[in-house]
Ligand binder design. Sequence first.
Ligand code: ADP
Length: 366
Amino acid sequence: MARPRLAILTSGGDAPGMNAAIRAATLVALAHNATVLGVEQGYRGLINGDFRPLEAHDVVELVRAGGTALGTARCPEFRERAVRDVARRRLRDARIDHVLVIGGNGSLAGAHALGDPHEQLEDWPVRVIGLPASIDNDVGTTSLAIGVDTAMNTIVEACDRIADTATAHHRTFIVEVMGRDCGYLAMAAGIGAGANLVLFREAGLALDGLVDAVCDTVAQAARRPNHRALILKSEGVEVPVEQLKAAVNARLAAAGEDAIEAELRVTVLGHVVRGGRPSALDRLMASRLAHAGVLALLDGAGDQMVAWQPGRPPARATRTAVDPRCWLVPLADVLAETQALHDGTSPQAQWRVKVFDALEGVLNRG
Ligand code: ADP
């Protein structure tokens, strides 16, 4: 039997732990007698045929590295069938019949399209499996995506530092974090950082509601011995942070006396949250997802994502043979659930907000 040839690519926004997934996928595939090729720069490299062989010595040190050693790129033209067919011919020319895609919801949509059984070349069908990697935790059907834990730790550490200066100066800080379509990072890190208020898109507040919430928090801070407050804002909240700051400061100034004392400060963490060494949990989870994903691929699976689910499995999921936390979910279901997470109709999105509200309500009484 011919030796299987497996390509690995990372795509979309980079996330800490992608390298741990590349490393584990390579080592597992080599151990199962496959030839492994790394694709440079995501789907762009697939179209250009930028493949390079990966051996154990190329990947062993990757476990601790942030970013992605294969590079990543946005490649909007991959949405076109004709362009995907170019990629399929490149795969055929390189005799690659298995592809592992590591990325966020856009990348997984690309994986679904690439592995679509109706689009395969007659003489060279390929099978594709996806692994969820996105610091926003906005991929449906998985409880966590690769990168979320590290990003959360980075935010909590930054907030701890900011809390020191906020306390020293009796100030209120708004810290803005990533999360375009999903407020999970702000909510989860807000609990971890002991934030006094978390503003996230799913709460649906417009400017007036946001200003009320921030001003209430500032007023509560004034009554506490440390006189300071920490507010986390998700970038998905439609009001830009500087506009919110100006509106709050105007309201505080109009209220008079302690306005200068109370004046808000803003820190936007931005891309700082993407980088850095992956946490132990991200390394472990990435390795387990990659292990389960490669074995499933070599065993004949395709058009699925490996989800990390310690709890109730998603509908139509099948447990992987090797890992009780890793479930194979059809990519079509992943994409539908991701859409529902974004538009708020997903029970998981509603459950997240409910748990957060209940917990925050109690924690913020102090
Ligand atoms: P992420 O994977 O982090 O969500 P993007 O949304 O930018 O990042 O998607 C990464 C890449 O995935 C895109 O540049 C494109 O190449 C591919 N992609 C996204 N959506 C689709 C789609 N509907 N069909 C095919 N490819 C897609």
